[in-house]
Design a protein around this ligand. Structure first.
Ligand code: ARG
Length: 258
């Protein structure tokens, strides 16, 4: 995770961002601390990456890269405003002791668009990461990659439209995907939790699951109920200030898979 010490909305690269709406950074910091504390309370270790002055979106650590085991690929951002974050996250992966680190060549926004479910990588494209990036990821990590096209600009990253619940199942919002991607998801995950419009619109799918606890916005009440029904334990977090930049729980979290 990256503390939102330099968080702000100074440019608009997704429909959630409105530079005329002020951001309360102290509130953002308090909300972020709540998320960190919630992870730690459930037994998860949190590493903190230093934010960088002038990189207001760096709090969205999920976009910094993608890591499996001791291999890590740092991101290459689509928008010039976020491009320097790629080097910062690359430096962090190297310092953290990953034995094989690389910097993506093609546009690749890390876990924003790459989500591991079991031994499969689901990969979004359409707004940020390129399909070229999907090939690069397949080569570097040696895992199968399933490309899924996103079509709704509000759900510009895969992690705004789909959440991995455990090694076998996901929750997602079908309308965010192109018809072919919808069919693929139906085949791969016949028991998926299907999110309602209301849950998707508060970024209820931008969630992190450890297979039992699912950390997500407390505003996604339908998701909370659906998850409970399936035996998961939802943990509600309010990240309202960070939502002003188009991010929620998952965006703030880069998962280091064993
Ligand atoms: N303002 C950021 C952007 O548009 C938000 C990134 C959210 N991160 C995510 N993993 N979806 O790039």
């Amino acid at each position: 995770m990256c503390r939102p010490d330099h968080f702000d909305v100074t440019y608009a690269i997704n429909p959630w961002m409105d530079t005329s709406r002020p951001v309360d950074r102290d509130l953002a910091l308090r909300q972020w601390e709540t998320l960190r504390a919630a992870y730690e309370a459930k037994g998860h270790r949190v590493e903190v990456v230093d934010g960088v002055v002038g990189l207001p979106d760096m709090v969205f650590a999920a976009n910094g890269g993608f890591a499996v085991g001791d291999r890590a690929m740092a991101a290459t951002f689509a928008h010039v405003e976020r491009q320097p974050e790629g080097d910062a996250y690359h430096a962090w992966f190297t310092a953290a002791g990953f034995t094989s680190t690389t910097r993506a060549v093609a546009v690749n926004e890390g876990e924003g668009d790459l989500l591991r479910v079991g031994n499969l990588i689901l990969a979004g494209h359409g707004f940020r990461s390129s399909t070229q990036a999907h090939h690069e990821v397949r080569e570097f990590f040696g895992l199968p990659v399933i490309s899924l096209e996103l079509v709704d600009p509000r759900f510009y990253h895969l992690d705004t439209a789909l959440c991995v619940l455990d090694d076998h199942n996901v929750a997602y919002y079908p309308a965010a995907f192109a018809p072919q991607a919808q069919r693929l998801l139906e085949q791969l995950f016949p028991d998926a939790v299907i999110a309602t419009d209301a849950d998707a619109e508060v970024l209820g799918l931008n969630a992190v699951s450890d297979g039992r606890h699912v950390f997500l916005t407390d505003a996604a009440t339908g998701m909370h109920a659906a998850l409970r029904e399936r035996g998961y334990e939802p943990v509600g977090i309010d990240l309202g200030e960070l939502l002003k930049a188009g991010g929620s729980v998952k965006c703030c979290t880069l998962e280091l898979h064993p």
